[in-house]
Design a binder for this molecule. Structure first.
Ligand code: SF4
Length: 145
């Protein structure tokens, strides 16, 4: 896979996007973004041993995002977005720049608890479109109501 996020033998993924990829249901900022996201997910699903470098800045998913400006996220929530990345790193016991195979890291993401997901994602504007959040957190909240 070619990427302008680094050499083609490794893909940089910002930490919170590990969760976004698991919960993706086809909704994004525009068609370009969605097409890129789908290509990346498909590639990683078919290449489980491919190494990912987990980062806290712009990655291969950001490359097709209308909010990427001069290499940086221009959303007003960009600081909160980095905080999400840092929380994911902490909960997965990773440090920025760490490299792991896709399969291993996705397995670890799947093992995050409802509380972890709530803590990471409860302010995210996409959570109502996120299968991961809806299936774990919303389901649990509905049961406890
Ligand atoms: S909103 Fe920001 S962090 Fe999210 S994909 Fe776009 S540039 Fe990346």
């Amino acid at each position: 896979m070619t990427s302008n996020s680094g050499p083609s033998d490794i893909i940089k993924i910002r930490a919170h996007h590990l969760l976004c990829m698991q919960g993706y249901q086809g909704y994004g900022y525009n068609q370009d973004f969605e097409h890129n996201m789908e290509k990346i997910i498909e590639y990683l699903d078919s290449n489980p041993n491919f190494p990912l470098e987990v980062v806290t800045d712009a990655d291969i998913i950001c490359q097709k995002c209308p909010h990427l400006e001069n290499g940086y996220c221009n959303r007003s929530s960009s600081i909160a977005i980095v905080e999400m990345d840092l929380k994911v790193l902490e909960k997965l016991g990773l440090v920025a720049g760490e490299k792991k195979p896709v399969q291993k890291i996705f397995f670890e993401v799947e093992s995050l608890s409802c509380n972890d997901l709530y803590d990471i994602c409860h302010d995210c504007s996409w959570k109502v479109k996120c299968l991961l959040y809806m299936s774990k957190v919303e389901k649990k909240l509905a049961i406890s109501r």
